[in-house]
Design a protein around this ligand. Structure first.
Ligand SMILES: NC(=O)c1ccc[n+]([C@@H]2O[C@H](COP(=O)([O-])OP(=O)(O)OC[C@H]3O[C@@H](n4cnc5c(N)ncnc54)[C@H](OP(=O)(O)O)[C@@H]3O)[C@@H](O)[C@H]2O)c1
Length: 253
């Protein structure tokens, strides 16, 4: 029996990209998955793919900025599948722009989705994980957390915050049986992440990144399935092993 068989997981941001791939990977390994995001139709399509492949899945329309919606997402896992073993905090949003020309509404959206949303989801999951003295939380961060590029400073700050809060949370709950892990990824193809960038600002941002040697277009990109397999690897380690933090990049990137 695989380590992920008969587990129950919540995956946030599962309507596209990495989150959808993680939900599919976990389901293929026997985990029942509950998917959250704002785009209901896309969530339903991912669930239908999982179910067509023989997996078990449910979805809840969730805005990570809405505390009660995040709590409902987590509670649905227990109501629907009887328990909660895993939370993958993957939902996040990024916009491009300099701080000098920054928009407060965009900063608020990133901070509320990427940081507050993660905190609320962790707290909701711990309500089940701490009493059962068991559970795994994986928080998706970014290479940006350690090297903040121009035009992405606020997004980078949110990912640095996720890294720090994960370290602190790990120290709080490790002795209570809960594992807290992070995975830092860089340049993943096949996601919707950059599709929301303002095209004019993005053009300036990309030329700056290229001029400074930050963006190397020929170095290869990860696929969403690469990230999904790496997260499944973290979650499959037998207790007490914990891959606290994983850096995943394309070989030459
Ligand atoms: N792609 C990369 O190169 C890269 C690099 C480093 C880190 N990452 C990280 O990887 C993770 C996944 O990103 P991705 O590349 O797969 O991009 P993506 O396809 O845009 O996925 C982001 C997911 O987050 C969800 N989301 C955004 N805002 C939300 C909100 N307010 N409430 C609920 N869900 C929300 C989106 O769903 P809805 O729009 O349906 O709500 C979507 O499912 C993120 O944490 C990102 O920071 C990606």
């Amino acid at each position: 029996m695989s380590a992920l068989e008969e587990k129950v997981a919540v995956v946030t941001g599962a309507s596209s990209g990495i989150g959808a791939a993680v939900a599919e990977e976990l389901a293929a390994r026997g985990t029942s998955v509950v998917l959250g995001a704002r785009r209901a139709e896309a969530l339903q399509q991912v669930c239908e793919r999982i179910e067509a492949g023989g997996g078990r899945a449910a979805w809840v329309r969730t805005d990570m900025r809405d505390e009660s919606a995040v709590e409902r997402l987590v509670e649905t896992a227990v109501e629907r599948f009887g328990k909660l073993d895993i939370l993958v905090n993957n939902a996040a949003v990024g916009t491009v722009g300099t701080i000098a020309a920054g928009r407060t509404d965009e900063w608020r959206m990133m901070l509320e989705t990427n940081v507050l949303g993660v905190l609320v989801a962790c707290r909701a999951a711990l309500r089940y994980m701490l009493p059962q003295r068991r559970g795994d939380i994986v928080n998706v961060t970014s290479a940006a957390a350690y090297e903040a590029w121009p035009y992405l400073a606020v997004y980078a700050a949110t990912k640095a915050a996720v890294h720090a809060l994960s370290q602190g949370l790990r120290a709080e709950v490790a002795e209570e049986g809960v594992r807290v892990m992070t995975i830092e990824v860089h340049n993943v193809a096949g996601t919707d992440f950059a599709s929301r960038f303002d095209p004019i600002v993005a053009r300036d941002a990309i030329s700056t990144w290229e001029r400074r040697g930050l963006l190397r277009r020929t170095s290869g990109m990860l696929a969403t399935s690469d990230v999904a397999r790496a997260i499944a690897f973290q979650l499959s380690q037998p207790d007490p092993a914990s891959v606290h933090h994983l850096t995943l990049r394309a070989r030459a990137n």
